[in-house]
Design a protein around this ligand. Structure first.
Ligand code: GDP
Ligand code: MG
Length: 436
């Protein structure tokens, strides 16, 4: 993978101690190859390596005591820049409702993303309305309705015939029913075509969305850029949701998009479940690509806690490596969802297989959920209060034994220790730059 390739290049540099211009040149050649193989647009690669090389060749870098470390920092910096530098927020206005419209090719993940976005906004205290604007695929509105049902968000179907009218009526419905965000799902086609573009433009004209998000499938690779450029010309959009990041896309699309289209990635989606949409953070993604781990994103995702909140409360707790039972449960669920602990550990610096072994047992996960669900909110947040009598009460409450409860607590304590170690390694990997 791209991460492996880059890590190899860096460890080659570290092995050298002092670096010469030749060392930098050959490292840049290797980075260029690695990026091209990851399907990054060649113009982007060219610019990226030129900028990076220039910075690396500056005298202070080569003559510093830790040149290799400096090179890694520069690459991290440049990668972050490539991905968009700052977090891109949704555009909003004081109008109620705000309208968000999703566009993109058929199968890119629009309908799924619409529901996920509704779920994410609902989690932030909004009252969204989903509008079924795809009238061509017979089951499209049903699909949205099902997803809406799962997340408890109302789906507006209108007359099911005219997408422009449905969007307008949807906004009207939202006003009448006190919904503050309208998310309009639209139809896609297999290829960029006139009719699709015209329809998107007409809906845009009718409801004047605050935000138009283009959904692109990460698996599309290089072609992502062409599709996005075509859309950008016809239906000016504001940002991108990159879907299917859980597949084995090589990452090229994500790395090329901003540079080529000028549009930021605002969300990434990595799964079919409603909670698998994340706000996109360029710096975290860059670290992930460089194999520096991204514990914060993982746990944030796992805890379904949004960026602002984690920034403060949970990041603070994590900095003290002090997870509670809610974090624990979500970490374990995430492990389950991601198809095993090895993937979780590979996203963490210093995560190795030895730690993973003997730790995955699905029945144990069920038991763990049962036990933790039998605790009070206070107990979950403050595991230290779980004395013998509380443990007895919990065991009785869920029909298990005190040994089962103790077993869960033991696993919790191990995970807590593991997180602590990881956070320490992450800090070292970042040269003591606080891990946020
Ligand atoms: P649309 O035609 O653009 O509305 O695309 P859909 O939302 O119907 O998604 C097409 C398919 O991709 C469905 O089977 C979704 O379940 C799947 N899908 C969407 N987003 C993701 C994702 O992030 N990860 C994975 N694995 N599948 C996804
Ligand atoms: Mg759809």
């Amino acid at each position: 993978s791209l991460s492996d390739r880059l890590q190899n290049i860096f460890s080659g540099l570290r092995g050298k101690g002092r670096l010469t211009e030749d060392d930098i040149n050959s490292a840049m050649r290797e980075i260029r190859m690695a990026l091209l193989e990851a399907d990054v647009n060649f113009k982007v690669v060219k610019q990226f390596t030129a900028d990076t090389k220039q910075r690396c060749l500056e005298a202070e870098v080569l003559e510093s005591l830790t040149p290799a470390q400096n090179v890694v920092k520069i690459v991290l910096d440049e990668l972050t820049k490539l991905l968009g530098e700052n977090d891109a927020k949704l555009n909003t206005s004081s109008r109620i409702p705000n309208v968000i419209m999703l566009v993109g090719l058929q199968g890119s993940g629009k309908t799924t993303a619409a529901a996920k976005l509704a779920y994410l906004l609902k989690g932030k205290g909004h009252v969204p309305l989903l509008v079924a604007g795809d009238v061509y695929r017979p089951a499209a509105a049903d699909q949205l309705e099902t997803l809406g049902g799962e997340i408890g968000v109302k789906v507006f179907r209108g007359d099911g015939k005219d997408p422009v009218q449905i969007a307008k009526d949807g906004v009207r419905y939202a006003i009448d029913n006190l919904r503050d965000v309208v998310i309009v799902d639209t139809a896609g086609r297999l290829h960029v075509d006139e009719q699709m573009m015209d329809e998107a433009a007409a809906i845009k004209e009718a409801v004047k969305p605050e935000e138009i998000l283009m959904v692109v499938d990460a698996m599309t690779g290089q072609d992502v850029v062409n599709v996005a450029s075509a859309f950008a010309e016809k239906v000016e959009f504001d940002g991108v949701i990159m879907s299917k990041m859980d597949g084995d896309a090589r990452g090229g699309g994500a790395l090329s998009l901003k540079q080529v289209t000028g549009k930021p990635i605002k969300f990434i989606s990595a799964g079919e479940k409603p909670d698998s949409l994340e706000e996109f953070h360029p710096d975290r993604m860059a670290k992930r690509i460089l194999g520096m781990g991204d514990v914060v994103s993982l746990i944030e995702q796992a805890s379904k806690i949004q960026a602002e909140e984690i920034e403060e409360e949970q990041a603070e707790r994590l900095a003290r490596a002090d997870i509670n039972l809610n974090d624990f449960l979500e970490i374990r669920r995430q492990v389950n969802k991601m198809g095993g602990i090895s993937k979780l550990l590979s996203a963490m610096p210093g995560g190795d297989k030895a730690m993973a072994e003997g730790n995955v047992d699905m029945k144990a996960l069920d038991r763990m959920e049962t036990v933790i669900y039998s605790m009070t909110a206070h107990e979950r947040e403050h595991p230290e209060v779980l004395n013998a009598s509380r443990r007895q009460r919990i065991a009785a409450g869920c029909g298990l034994t005190v040994q089962d409860v103790n077993q869960v607590m033991k696993q919790f304590n191990e995970t807590r220790k593991m997180v602590k170690q990881m956070m320490r390694k992450q800090e070292q990997a970042m040269g003591n730059r606080a891990s946020r």
